[in-house]
Ligand binder design. Structure first.
Ligand SMILES: [Zn+2]
Length: 188
């Protein structure tokens, strides 16, 4: 991986062989979920709706389960949060930004992280003061800064290839058990 903040998390996962799929996860109270078949293939489901920060955090947390745990149990949640924090905002990178004069309140945005999750990670590693921790715990991503996570590319590429080969979007969608609208929304 390139040094510095993770620019396109989903693409990093895809380029390491993890299948990423957009899925409506409404009802699960989660923004991402991981599933494995044996120890070979991992599939990460990503809800298309949450903000980039919340989605990135959820995907990195699920990646933590994938790397650290064979099967998820509740006591492993904190470990996965620790993993996600270090994956998205490595201590050395945070220290570098603080050294260059970046204010604590601007740090979560640099790493596309939800401010409260960043606060816990940074405080756990003694990177910020208790006062900054308390302020960041209450901070949220400003509305004008809200974007969604860059989507999976592999499936979009495959869909595009089939469309270029003469198939209709409707046919491709039907073969994936999706509606045409879902295919367009999530993959094109
Ligand atoms: Zn978890």
């Amino acid at each position: 991986m390139a040094p510095g903040p993770v620019q396109d998390l989903v693409h990093v996962l895809e380029s390491h062989g993890i299948v990423c799929l957009r899925r409506d996860l409404i009802g699960t109270r989660k923004n991402a979920l991981v599933a494995t078949s044996g120890r070979r293939r991992a599939v990460v489901f990503i809800d298309p709706r949450p903000d980039r920060e919340d989605a990135s955090w959820a995907v990195a947390h699920e990646l933590g389960h994938l790397v650290l745990h064979e099967t998820a149990v509740t006591t492993q949640e904190e470990q996965s949060d620790e993993f996600a924090g270090e994956f998205l905002a490595p201590r050395a990178e945070v220290t570098k930004l603080i050294g260059s004069g970046v204010d604590a309140e601007d740090l979560p945005d640099r790493f596309s992280m939800p401010p409260p999750a960043f606060a816990v990670h940074a405080r756990r590693n003694s990177l910020i003061s208790q006062a900054d921790y308390r302020a960041l715990r209450k901070q949220s991503v400003p509305p004008w800064n809200r974007t969604t996570i860059p989507g999976p590319r592999r499936i979009s590429d495959a869909v595009q290839e089939r469309v270029n080969g003469g198939e209709t979007i409707r046919d491709v969608a039907a073969s994936a058990f999706l509606s045409e609208d879902e295919l367009r929304r999530d993959y094109l």
